[in-house]
Design a protein around this ligand. Structure first.
Ligand code: ZN
Ligand code: ZN
Length: 341
């Protein structure tokens, strides 16, 4: 089969012919890829940022946002059958450790991450496990939802976590209405009756945020902390979701959080620098968010099937992988880039 592989760091991906995977373990599921999302993490992999962390052996097939059709199953698989449309949770998990048993897939003690530390989905077929596949509603197509497997799942996890404390009348600020943020806003709009405020440097992104459910839009032009204060009666928001995490957004995000409020970090890059006395006196909670569980992905697919969460995509044939990467790197992709074998 054709597969796009990392053959070295600081150099371009290459398409090559490799043996198609087959079900080795009884719980294996082989997915015929219908769409593979192109993610900024893929660019970071090529830059060598994951070299130490993943310990992957080169060459390997990249691509961690995958959906498609079940092509073959191991002898013990009962939850899906050949031909089923599925989205693939990004982690292959053991199912036996304490984290797995509590539904916390992301912290599995023995997980693999296709596309990061083993073969991924920029290919015709992907090997995963029965634990990782979520059947898609008839109304959904793999190529349209593939990027929800990672970008969407991360946004869902954070927004659903935030939504658990948001009551009608509470305020929630979303910093950053890009690929993740605009999904987060849709999730919040579906799950809460809170008043949603979107903050972004880019006026187009603010408009996008408003068009998918935010009640107020604030362009980050230097007056945005004051504008949020005015929108929240001078108190700040009960919850701030920071999808940026760099360029000063952590300081601003914390300044927008009211006493006893929650500040969620999703985007990353800079350090959070808070005087401990401020944490103590205001009882502000700082909460990290990493991808999402299998349950989160199931819930996100329910919202997608109901049309509550939609993702704008730009599709490329698998052979045009380099163009997709270049377009993403240059900021030319509207929504998410998807490769189709
Ligand atoms: Zn990703
Ligand atoms: Zn586990």
């Amino acid at each position: 089969m054709r597969a796009v592989q990392v053959i070295g760091y600081h150099r371009d991906l290459e398409m090559t012919e490799v043996p198609a995977p087959s079900a080795v373990d009884p719980h294996d599921v082989i997915v015929r890829i219908g769409g593979a999302g192109v993610c900024r993490t893929d660019i970071h992999i090529l830059e060598g940022q994951w070299e130490q962390k993943s310990g992957v052996t080169l060459p390997y097939t990249i691509g961690h946002e995958n959906a498609g059709w079940v092509h073959a199953v191991g002898s013990a698989v009962t939850n899906v059958a050949e031909g089923d449309k599925v989205i693939v949770h990004p982690l292959m998990t053991c199912g036996l450790c304490r984290a797995c048993r509590s539904g916390d897939d992301v912290h599995c003690a023995r997980s693999q991450f296709p596309g990061i530390d083993t073969h991924g989905g920029y290919a015709e077929y992907l090997r995963t496990t029965a634990r990782s596949v979520v059947k898609l509603d008839d109304s959904l197509e793999p190529a349209d939802v593939a990027a929800l497997a990672d970008a969407g799942l991360t946004a869902y996890h954070a927004a659903a976590n935030a939504a658990r404390r948001l009551r009608p009348g509470d305020r929630c600020v979303v910093i950053g209405a890009g690929g993740l943020g605009h999904i987060g806003i849709q999730v919040l709009a579906a799950l809460t009756a809170a008043e949603l405020v979107v903050v972004d440097r880019n006026p187009d992104a603010v408009d996008l945020g408003r068009s998918v459910g935010a009640h107020h839009g604030v362009v980050a032009d230097g007056t945005h902390v004051a504008q949020v204060a005015e929108l929240t009666g001078g108190e700040g928001a009960e919850v701030v979701l920071d999808f940026v995490g760099e360029g000063g957004s952590t300081r601003e995000g914390l300044a927008m959080t009211r006493r006893a409020g929650d500040y969620h970090v999703v985007g990353y890059g800079e350090n959070v620098d808070v005087p401990t006395i401020d944490l103590v006196s205001a009882e502000i909670n700082i909460i990290g968010n990493l991808v999402g569980s299998y349950g989160d992905l199931c819930e996100l697919m329910v919202l997608a099937a109901r049309g509550k969460v939609t993702l704008h995509t730009t599709k490329y044939p698998l052979a045009d992988f380099q163009k997709a990467i270049d377009d993403l790197d240059a900021g030319r992709v509207r929504g998410r880039a998807i490769l189709i074998p």
